[in-house]
Write a protein that binds this ligand. Structure first.
Ligand SMILES: NC(=O)c1ccc[n+]([C@@H]2O[C@H](COP(=O)([O-])OP(=O)(O)OC[C@H]3O[C@@H](n4cnc5c(N)ncnc54)[C@H](OP(=O)(O)O)[C@@H]3O)[C@@H](O)[C@H]2O)c1
Length: 260
């Protein structure tokens, strides 16, 4: 198949490019840079905020994997970016005769108090309302998540992180799940993908920083109200009824130590 991976240079998108290329598909990796470091894949430059470059990138494509991201905690910013990008992708996909749109989403985003999750839910709704047959794959947080949050919340030697319980998953396994979805054809909602073990995000951050040789004190902060209760409840890690990843956070973080 000829597959376009949108956000193909990002964490999940690159993993999907690797998985699809490894299975012998022709893979196009779309981003604003237009580059890819995955052998055999072809980089395409396009901007989802305007649609520029999309028609060319979509021409002759059988399936699209949408792993685009916007890093914002503002509902308006995130919603405008996610819904706008998805509507542009679906319109260009319909025009080009694309037969399958695969969206990467997040476990337990329904009726969420988090602005980013509500924006992802709006993005899912745009896919449901669109005219391209679809599959939505929801995954839990990646093993990298604690380290990513720590980078954003570091004040000198201190990192303050909410007490957040999840079941993190290997991004390579997210890539495999997206490749499976492409090969299965339009399926609606795929089983949720979660990791094999429950972890606390502040612990993940502390261990990731240590593995990378970064000296910092991680302070867990139980947030008040509905948001904090949901983060602590473990609900964001899913109910374990879907597809389960194999690589544990322990195994992943040992790999980070080996790289440092
Ligand atoms: N991170 C997690 O733990 C997690 C867990 C579950 C689901 N998800 C979902 O997975 C998706 C991907 O997340 P991620 O963390 O892998 O993303 P990421 O690493 O931030 O990568 C984002 C990708 O989007 C591209 N991009 C951004 N703005 C663009 C634009 N205007 N036009 C074209 N390309 C653009 C980026 O490339 P350029 O900057 O070069 O354009 C990059 O390839 C998101 O929808 C997220 O909600 C994430």
């Amino acid at each position: 198949m000829d597959v376009l991976v949108v956000g193909g240079t990002g964490a999940a998108g690159r993993a999907a490019v690797v998985a699809l290329a490894g299975r012998g598909h022709t893979v196009r990796a779309l981003s604003r840079s237009g580059k890819t470091d995955v052998p055999g894949a072809i980089g395409y430059r396009a901007d989802l905020s305007t649609g520029e470059g999309l028609a060319k990138a979509m021409s002759g494509v059988d399936a699209v994997v949408d792993a685009f991201n916007v890093r914002s905690q503002s509902y308006e910013t995130a919603r405008t970016a996610f819904v706008g990008a998805t509507e542009r992708l679906l319109a260009a996909g319909k025009e080009a005769g694309v037969g399958h749109h695969v969206l990467l989403s997040i476990v337990a985003i329904d009726n969420s108090p988090f602005a980013y999750y509500r924006a992802k839910e709006a993005q899912e709704q745009a896919v449901l309302a669109g005219q391209v047959p679809y599959t939505i794959v929801r995954a839990t947080q990646f093993h990298e998540f604690g380290g990513q949050l720590a980078e954003q919340t570091r004040f000198g030697p201190f990192v303050v992180l909410p007490t957040f319980v999840t079941r993190p998953v290997a991004v390579s396994e997210v890539g495999e799940a997206l490749a499976d979805a492409v090969e299965a054809g339009p399926s609606g909602r795929a089983p949720d993908l979660c990791g094999p073990a429950v972890e606390r995000v502040p612990d993940m951050a502390r261990r990731t920083l240590k593995a990378r040789g970064v000296r910092a004190v991680v302070i867990p902060l139980p947030l008040p109200g509905k948001v904090g209760a949901m983060m602590r409840s473990g609900a964001l890690g899913g109910d374990g009824s879907g597809r389960q990843g194999r690589q544990t956070f322990d195994e992943w973080v040992r790999g980070e130590s080996a790289k440092a």
